[in-house]
Design a binder for this molecule. Structure first.
Ligand code: GLC
Length: 553
C-alpha cells in the first residue's frame, strides 16, 4: 500500500477528493473470450486506467449471481461468479490495482438478494411465520383467499412489487416483496440476523483489502411500518428521486444501519469508505446520508439529473456545496453510470429522460451526436474543476454516446421485459468498450463475441484511435485529471464569478472556469491564457457548449 499513502495529502482522507472510475465488469474487458467481461480482463487493462490518472475504481457486482439484473441479484455474497473468474482472480486484480496506486471499491447489494440465494430457497421451503421467512418480507395476501397482493406498490422495473408463492404443500401461499425484479426479493432489515450477516459480508471483503463499498439502493433498505398503500405522483422517478414521503425510499431507519457499518469500517486501517446509492428528492435529504458517523460519500444524483441549463446547474452546484458542507462531507459529482443514458447523449435530449427509462430506435427526437459530445465534454471540464470527489463511468473518457440502435432481440435489462417493451431500459449505456479500432469486438476480447452488439461507428471512439489524437475526448480527460491533481482542485473551495446568465463561472485560486450553456459565444478577458478547453476555439470568445480553464496576466 506504500504507493497509496503518497496519493492523499497528509491528514486528509483519500475519498474526499478522489476521482473514482466505475468499471462495469461485464463490459470492460473480456479475457476469457466468452463475450462477457471479467476480472482477468480488468487486470490486463489496469495500465490504461493508471495512464488516465484515476485514484480509484469501483466495480459493479461480480459476485455469484444468475445475472437476472446483471449481477445486482446476488446469490452468494462471498464468492465470484464463474462468468467473471474466481476469488483468486479478484485478489490478483486488487493487488495489481494497489501496486499501481489505484484503490478498489466493490459493490454491495444489501436491499435484496437473488431468489437463488440459499436463504431465499430456505424461506420458500419453510412455513409462514418461520425464522427462514423472517429474513425477507413475506406477508399474507389481501382478499378472501389471500389472492390480492398485500399492498399496491409498483416495482421500479414495472409491474407489481409482490409475488405470490406456492407453499411446500402445493397450495397458493404468501407473497414476498421485491422492489426490483421478481428474482430480487427484499431482505427484512428489521431482522438482526440480516444485519449480522451483512456485517460479516463487509468484513469478508475488508479482510481481502478492499478500500470501500458502493452501497446499492441504500435508500430502500427500510420500509415504512405497516407497509401502507402508496400511489406515486404521475411521471415520478421510479427510484425515488422526485418525491417526498415514499414508504419504501429514504426511511429514517436506514441511518442506524449506516452508523453500524461506519463502525465496522472504522475497525480497519486505511480510511475505508462507504458510498451510498440514494436517489432522494432534495440535496438536504441526500446530505443526511453522509453525516460524520454514517456513510462517507453519497452520489449527487440531483446534479446528475440537472438539465443543460446554466441557472439550474449553478443552483445545484451551490446547493450541493452548502448542504454537504453543512455536515462536513465532500460533495460528489457524477454525470454517468450504468443506470442512466450516457451524458454525452443525455445532455442533448430535448425531452425529459428519467433515470432508467433508456432510449432506443423508436425514441422520437433523437439527440444530435455532435451537440451531445460537445456538451458532454464541457460538462466534464466543469465537473472536474469542482471541489469534492468525482465519479466517472467507463467509456465516458472516450466520449461514447448511448447505443441507441440495439436490436430488440439483444436487450437484457429486466425493465424492457417487465414493461412489455415500453421502456428500453439501460442496455444502451452498457455496451462493451472499444479498445482497438481494427481488432475483433474492438479489442474487448480476441474472439469477437460481445453480449451486446457494439455499434460499427464505435471504431472512431476506440482507445487506440483516441490515444494518438490530442483533440480526442481521451486526451481531454487525461489533461483534466492531471491538471485537477496539479492544482489540488479536489479539495478547497470556489469563488463564484459572473460570466452572464447563460454561463456557469467560478474561480479556483487563480484559475477561472467558465462553461457556456447558452446560444451565443461568451466573451473572455483579452488577457486570458487558456490552460484547458473542452474543444478547440480561437480568439477570446467561448463558443456555445464549451468550457474552459484559464488564467489572466
Ligand atoms: C441499483 C443499481 C441498478 C440495479 C438496482 C437493483 O439502482 O445501480 O443497476 O438494477 O439497484 O439492484
Amino acid at each position: 500500500m506504500a504507493q497509496l499513502e503518497q496519493i492523499a495529502a497528509p491528514g486528509s482522507e483519500w475519498w474526499r477528493s478522489a476521482v473514482i472510475y466505475q468499471i462495469y465488469p461485464r463490459s470492460f474487458a473480456d479475457a476469457s473470450g466468452d463475450g462477457i467481461g471479467d476480472l482477468p480482463g480488468i487486470t490486463s487493462r489496469l495500465d490504461a486506467l493508471k495512464d488516465l490518472g484515476v485514484d480509484a475504481i469501483w466495480l459493479s457486482p461480480f459476485m455469484t449471481s444468475p445475472q437476472r439484473d446483471a449481477g445486482y441479484d446476488v446469490a452468494d455474497y462471498r464468492d465470484v461468479d464463474p462468468l467473471f473468474g474466481t476469488l483468486a482472480d479478484f485478489d490478483e486484480m486488487l493487488a495489481q490495482a494497489h501496486a499501481r496506486g489505484i484503490r478498489v471499491i466493490v459493490d454491495l447489494v444489501p436491499n435484496h438478494s437473488s431468489d437463488q440465494h440459499v436463504w431465499f430457497q430456505e424461506a420458500l421451503r419453510a412455513a409462514p411465520g418461520s425464522p427462514e421467512r423472517a429474513r425477507y418480507i413475506f406477508r399474507d395476501g389481501r382478499g378472501t383467499n389471500g389472492e390480492l397482493p398485500p399492498n399496491n406498490w409498483e416495482s421500479v422495473f414495472g409491474g407489481g412489487m409482490w409475488e405470490r408463492i406456492t407453499e411446500p404443500d402445493g397450495t397458493p401461499g404468501q407473497w414476498y416483496l421485491h422492489i426490483f425484479d421478481v428474482t430480487q426479493p427484499d431482505f427484512d432489515w428489521t431482522n438482526e440476523e440480516v444485519r449480522e450477516e451483512f456485517r460479516s459480508v463487509l468484513r469478508f471483503w475488508l479482510d481481502r483489502g478492499v478500500d470501500g463499498f458502493r452501497v446499492d439502493v441504500a435508500h430502500g433498505m427500510v420500509k415504512e411500518e405497516g407497509l401502507p398503500d402508496y400511489t406515486p405522483v404521475a411521471d415520478a422517478d421510479s427510484m425515488g428521486g422526485g418525491e417526498e414521503n415514499v414508504p419504501y425510499w429514504g426511511q429514517v431507519g436506514v441511518h442506524d444501519i449506516y452508523r453500524d457499518w461506519h463502525e465496522v469500517l472504522a475497525e480497519y486501517d486505511g480510511d475505508r469508505a462507504l458510498c451510498g446509492e440514494a436517489w432522494l428528492p432534495t440535496l438536504k435529504q441526500t446530505a443526511l446520508w453522509v453525516r460524520p458517523d454514517e456513510m462517507h460519500q453519497t452520489f449527487n444524483f440531483p446534479y446528475l439529473m440537472t438539465k443543460w441549463d446554466a441557472k439550474a446547474l449553478g443552483r445545484v452546484i451551490r446547493e450541493s456545496l452548502e448542504e454537504f458542507g453543512a455536515v462536513g462531507a465532500p460533495s460528489t459529482w457524477v454525470l454517468s453510470n450504468h443506470d442512466v443514458v450516457r451524458h454525452s447523449t443525455r445532455l442533448a435530449l430535448t425531452a425529459d429522460n428519467p433515470q432508467g427509462e433508456g432510449i432506443g430506435p423508436n425514441t422520437p427526437d433523437k439527440p444530435d451526436t455532435a451537440t451531445g459530445l460537445a456538451r458532454g465534454r464541457a460538462a466534464t471540464t466543469l465537473m472536474l474543476a469542482l471541489p469534492g470527489s468525482a465519479y466517472l463511468y467507463q467509456g465516458e473518457e472516450l466520449g461514447l454516446p448511448e447505443a441507441m440502435e440495439i436490436p430488440d432481440e439483444f436487450r437484457q435489462d429486466p425493465t424492457w421485459f417487465r414493461t412489455d417493451h415500453e421502456r428500453y431500459g439501460r442496455d444502451g449505456c452498457r455496451v462493451p468498450l472499444p479498445w482497438e479500432a481494427d481488432a475483433v469486438a474492438f479489442g474487448f476480447n480476441d474472439t469477437g463475441a460481445s453480449w451486446l452488439p457494439q455499434p460499427a461507428e464505435w471504431a472512431d471512439y476506440a482507445r487506440d484511435v483516441e490515444e494518438g489524437d490530442e483533440t480526442s475526448t481521451l486526451s481531454l480527460y487525461k489533461q483534466l485529471l492531471a491538471a485537477r491533481r496539479k492544482h489540488g482542485f479536489g479539495s478547497g473551495s470556489l469563488v463564484w464569478e459572473d460570466a452572464g446568465a447563460d454561463a456557469v463561472a467560478f474561480r479556483r485560486g487563480d484559475v477561472h472556469v467558465v462553461a457556456n450553456l447558452g446560444t451565443k459565444p461568451v466573451a473572455l478577458p483579452a488577457d486570458a491564457t487558456v490552460i484547458l478547453r473542452s474543444q478547440p476555439f480561437d480568439g477570446t470568445a467561448l463558443p456555445v457548449d464549451t468550457a474552459v480553464w484559464y488564467t489572466t496576466a
